[in-house]
Design a protein. Structure first.
Length: 192
């Protein structure tokens, strides 16, 4: 819940594209309701459907979209978020689910900035993990980068495996046909 003048963004609103869509929807709704107020009172009026994301923001901030002052506060807030909120770019090898993205956004807003926006992108060359880019830093948490950093360790491990003689588990020696095998050899134990 938010106090008047102190707005929050729900985690369903992740990135700049979401904010742009919200602002457009809020402005269209505001324009529609302004025109409806000018119409003659006897004319039938059908209210437009409010998009789910806009409804989430309205609910989280306890706004009434029928009130012009609340609509103007919302539009002003969204314009401010659009211009001033910090944006973090995250790239993944595959498209993350919306639930995963919402968890990341929620964590970042709790620990970094309450109005932070996360722009998600795809970069198949990273194989697994992600890269995070801010205005002044790039953090690479990809499997590709991890393997590059530890390349010599990987080469040494492969070389070591190639130099060791192949050890096969002891298999029991087979007795000639018609002769029973020695029970000590079959169990893998040789008794002296």
């Amino acid at each position: 819940m938010a106090e008047k003048g102190h707005f929050v963004l729900p985690s369903s609103v992740a990135g700049p594209a979401d904010v742009n869509r919200l602002l457009r929807d809020a402005e269209e709704l505001d324009e529609y309701l302004r025109q409806a107020a000018i119409r003659k009172s006897g004319e039938a009026m059908r209210l437009p459907k409010v998009p789910v994301m806009l409804d989430d923001v309205v609910s989280a901030n306890q706004l009434n979209l029928l009130q012009e002052t609340d609509r103007q506060l919302l539009i002003g807030f969204l314009k401010n978020v659009q211009l001033k909120s910090p944006v973090v770019h995250m790239s993944f090898a595959a498209e993350p689910s919306s639930a995963f993205t919402a968890k990341i956004v929620q964590w970042m807003r709790q620990n970094i900035h309450p109005l932070l926006l996360v722009q998600v992108g795809l970069q198949p060359s990273i194989a697994a993990g992600c890269t995070v880019r801010t205005t002044n830093k790039v953090l690479d948490f990809s499997l590709r980068q991890h393997l590059l950093r530890n390349r010599q360790m990987l080469v040494d491990a492969i070389t070591k495996i190639g130099q060791e003689p192949a050890q096969s588990p002891q298999s029991p020696t087979l007795a000639p046909v018609g002769v029973a095998p020695d029970p000590r050899q079959v169990s893998g134990e040789v008794q002296s």
